[in-house]
Design a protein around this ligand. Sequence first.
Ligand SMILES: CC(C)(COP(=O)(O)OP(=O)(O)OC[C@H]1O[C@@H](n2cnc3c(N)ncnc32)[C@H](O)[C@@H]1OP(=O)(O)O)[C@@H](O)C(=O)NCCC(=O)NCCS
Length: 113
Amino acid sequence: MFEREIGLAISRFFVAMSGERLVAYGGYWAIDCEAHLVNIAVHPSERSKGLGKEFLSFLIKDSAGRKLSRMLLEVRKSNSAAQSLYRRFGFEVSGIRPKYYGDEDAVLMHKDL
Ligand SMILES: CC(C)(COP(=O)(O)OP(=O)(O)OC[C@H]1O[C@@H](n2cnc3c(N)ncnc32)[C@H](O)[C@@H]1OP(=O)(O)O)[C@@H](O)C(=O)NCCC(=O)NCCS
């Protein structure tokens, strides 16, 4: 799945390393003038140390540098940690996708870059 993902022309994925350890990864799809955040994940042992903020900040700068004008994402309604991270960066809720994850609704969020 990862191999297919990073092979897509629209895909921009990155990893964060601490020595030999992969501690975070994430990326987005660049479609027209929009960056669609596909995922951002920090290793459980490294959470709540500011890495998520650093990584999201990097993805926002990378997409803005490619002249993309908006970042969009979906997040599980129950994922309050991620929603709080996104709100900290100025993301606003633009809607709900009912049962997007099968068992749960997605909250749609966006931010102008
Ligand atoms: C969401 C995630 C990437 C945050 O990474 P992190 O390194 O723990 O985040 P940071 O330490 O940089 O904290 C950034 C902000 O996220 C929010 N946050 C992080 N952990 C939180 C928690 N347990 N509860 C509530 N808010 C939380 C806070 O707003 C925090 O800012 P603050 O500390 O200044 O208040 C991480 O929890 C994760 O990998 N989760 C699993 C994967 C996932 O759900 N990804 C999102 C998919 S849409």
